[in-house]
Design a protein around this ligand. Structure first.
Ligand code: ZN
Ligand code: ZN
Ligand code: FE
Length: 755
């Protein structure tokens, strides 16, 4: 008896074939396994009667940790009378389609590393087919040692033996290495490059002395110092030129995490997942200088063997990426690491492609990504069957927090976030990644997609490619990304609520508080926040007091209320901005939701006059919110004058109430909680109207504002109570990292219409 199966999903380059080999071996099946286009093909047979359930059961339930099965098809095959089970070689044209993300050291390897008798005892580069570097070392496909940065290390006989034995855990583990033949650690003093002995041990004792180290990890260098040493952290902040931006921590183990932060079971499982993201957790014990003015901090667990060894003698370290402000994470010493630290703990396994740490919150037990990079990139995202195309597409995203996505054969692959493309180094990184992804995945784009913004670098780049170019409105792309990820049906509409700081509107104005009735084909701007002046354009996005002034002038006219927060700003500057608005100089009108948060945060007195990092004022406002609150503020939804006109939501009533309560000394915690509730209510009311008019009963929540845990929770609560089903980004961030994904969705639908 024989069957043939095809397994689709992420099953190549993740130790899947050796797993099948061992499984067939254990269960006494003959046959073969080989890679095909999007998966593996397996033939198994047995002389005796068999229903193959034993094989299928293990296949479905005990897959290697890096593999992800999307679909298995099984059909009867003819019995060939084979004598063995073999792994067939992959032919060039059937080369691997996917690369696994980088994965933290597995349990087997970390145990082995601690066995004194093992030949890899305390070896910081131990790995196997279930773990270790992947994406960051791959130079070209098929995934083979020769095409990774491990190519310069010649395997010793013992490693070779493991590598070639299909029954070994390290069969075809491309980064396989040992102390004899593999990469080596090196600890040097910065600038002099004088080498120190006892690498890792010495490194941790230097940390305890308050030194700052640069440590080479999987996707780049971290800057590291002892998290219990306030003066070391202060110095690190000076070096990085960051006063308040939160710094990430790495804790030795879960017990240490729980000593400093509260963790839910879902948060714990994210922390422990082999992808090892930074998870934002509620503070239990404040650590000075880590995340000032916020109630959460970002913690991760060690993910490379090197980190484990480094943290043996120290509980908690700051581990922040090594980049200077707004630049990509450094991957080579030559990129200027010496100027940022006292010592460098490095190694000689080159990083081919950078990957910063991923950052998430866990909201209602599901991830909410602030940044999707190491451990997740370049995980493929399937598109809805109805949208599949045989053309390749390249989508370039927006501009801030940019990512690019490529589409090929039913899947989207998205780059790690590339930062703000208006920075020269990030733009180079952007070009580097386009090169890399199109080369590695053999993508030959027949269509390129960018934002509607005429001056974005991505739009300009697209125009230069000479490939047919599509442009998609920013907030529509946000909504499409959610639809694509949830494989939302192509024949149904959704109410897409896209709240962010800024996106180029279809009318050229800065949008950002948008309610779009949408499907893959297009959208109607059903409602939006009533526009207010944005005095100073981009400057207003950095200085919340400008937005406060804008809302106040709108709400009170000439007789501006005088209160504490506003006294922080000199009368001269206030006058200047008022003039600006009066005379309409550099003052576009915006419907941005992010700017409303800025204004409120400033009015209640907890925002800095100038933000050091994006969303600092809104984050402080969210952090301040009281757990429970009764009541909410008023707002007004104006009916459009004619049927096609958008509804406008005005929050001036709310602004007046907030000013009054602030003057009366109502605690910020109460005001903030009521503010969040008010926004959630406005969402629900607009949703009801959209339901009446268009019959939509699904709402998609997206845009950077929906990184706000409180708002997400409140919105879910009211929407679900009213019977809506609610979608939000789970695989991608709601911020502009997901724009390129939405752009792909639009291009796919466009190609379909062209047929
Ligand atoms: Zn392993
Ligand atoms: Zn070796
Ligand atoms: Fe956006």
């Amino acid at each position: 008896m024989a069957v043939e199966m095809v397994v689709f999903g992420v099953v190549q380059g993740v130790g899947f074939r050796p797993f099948i080999y061992r499984l067939a071996h254990d269960l006494g099946y003959k046959g073969w396994v080989k890679n095909i286009g999007f998966g593996v093909e397996i033939h198994i047979e047995k002389e005796k009667e068999s229903d193959f359930q034993d094989f299928l059961l293990v296949l479905q339930n005990n897959t290697p940790p890096l593999a992800q099965i999307k679909e298995i098809s099984v059909k009867p095959a003819s019995h060939l009378g084979l004598e063995r089970f073999v792994i067939e070689k992959t032919k060039q044209e059937e080369s691997f389609v996917f690369i696994s993300p980088d994965i933290s050291v597995c349990e087997n390897c970390s145990k082995e590393m601690m066995l004194p008798a093992d030949r890899r005892y305390r070896y910081p580069f131990i790995n196997c087919t279930d773990c270790g570097p992947r994406y960051t070392i791959v130079q070209s496909l098929p995934y083979d040692r020769k095409q990774t940065t491990m190519k310069s290390f010649i395997m010793c006989p013992s490693c070779k033996k493991e590598y070639t034995n299909p029954l070994d855990r390290r069969y075809h583990a491309q980064p396989i290495a040992c102390p004899i033949c593999g990469p080596q650690i090196k600890l040097v003093q910065s600038r002099t490059r004088k080498e120190l002995k006892d690498g890792i041990d010495k490194a941790s004792s230097l940390l305890k002395q308050g030194k700052i180290l640069a440590v080479k990890g999987l996707g780049g260098f971290h800057l590291v110092c002892d998290a219990q040493n306030a003066s070391a952290i202060k110095r690190l902040r000076q070096i990085k030129n960051r006063k308040t931006k939160p710094l990430a921590l790495m804790a030795k183990d879960m017990a240490i995490v729980q000593k400093y932060a509260h963790t839910s079971p879902a948060e714990k499982s994210q922390l422990l997942s082999p992808r090892r993201p930074i998870v934002l957790l509620k503070k239990r014990k404040n650590i000075r200088h880590i995340a000032p003015h916020l109630d959460e901090m970002g913690i991760m667990l060690p993910y490379t063997p090197l980190h484990y060894l480094l943290l043996e003698n120290i509980d908690l370290i700051v581990a922040t990426s090594s980049n200077q402000k707004d630049a990509p994470i450094m991957k080579d010493e030559s990129e200027g690491i010496d100027d940022l630290c006292d010592y460098i703990l490095t190694h000689d396994r080159p990083i081919h492609i950078r990957a910063d740490d991923s950052v998430m919150k866990v909201v209602e037990d599901q991830p909410l990504f602030l940044r999707r990079a190491r451990g997740y990139v370049p995980y493929p995202q399937p598109v809805p069957k109805a949208l599949e195309s045989d053309q390749h597409i390249l989508a370039l995203g927006a501009e801030l927090k940019d990512t690019i996505s490529v589409y090929k054969n039913g899947y989207v692959i998205t780059s790690p976030f590339l930062g703000d493309l208006d920075e020269y180094q990030n733009y180079r990184y952007f070009e580097e990644i386009i090169q890399h992804l199109t080369k590695v995945f053999k993508v030959d784009p027949k269509m390129v997609v960018s934002d509607l913004h005429p001056d974005f670098h991505t739009t300009r780049y697209a125009q230069k490619t000479q490939i047919p170019h599509l442009q998609v409105q920013h907030h529509f792309a946000h909504v499409l990304a959610v639809l694509l990820e949830h494989e939302y049906p192509a024949d149904r509409k959704v109410l897409g609520i896209s709240f962010d700081g800024y996106g180029y509107g279809a009318d050229g104005k800065p949008w950002g508080g948008e309610f779009l009735v949408a499907d893959y084909d297009g959208y109607t701007r059903f409602a939006h926040f009533a526009e207010v002046p944005l005095p100073g354009g981009d400057l207003a996005a950095k200085q919340p007091w400008r937005m406060a002034l804008s809302y106040l002038r709108h709400a009170y006219g000439e007789n501006l209320p005088v209160f504490k927060a506003m006294q922080k700003i000199s009368p001269k500057r206030i006058k200047g901005v008022l003039e600006m608005m009066n005379h309409n100089i550099n003052t576009p009108l915006t419907s941005s939701c992010g700017r409303l948060f800025d204004a409120v945060s400033f009015i209640v007195g907890i925002s800095p006059a100038e933000m050091e990092f994006e969303a600092e004022a809104p984050m402080r406002l969210e952090s301040a919110a009281a757990r429970r609150i009764r009541g909410r503020y008023g707002f007004e939804i104006s009916e459009g004058l004619f049927p096609q006109e958008s509804h406008k939501i005005s929050f001036l009533k709310m602004i007046r109430s907030i000013v009054r309560e602030t003057e009366r000394g109502v605690p910020v915690s109460d005001i903030s909680a009521k503010f969040h509730k008010t926004l959630a209510y406005s969402i629900a009311q607009v949703a009801e109207k959209a339901k009446q008019q268009y019959g939509v009963n699904t709402v998609a929540l997206t845009g950077g504002v929906f990184l706000n845990r409180r708002l997400v929770q409140e919105a879910y609560k009211v929407l679900e109570r009213k019977g809506f089903s609610v979608l939000r980004p789970i695989q991608y961030s709601p911020n502009d990292e997901s724009i390129s994904v939405g752009q792909i969705a639009f291009a796919l639908k466009f190609l379909q219409r062209m047929k």
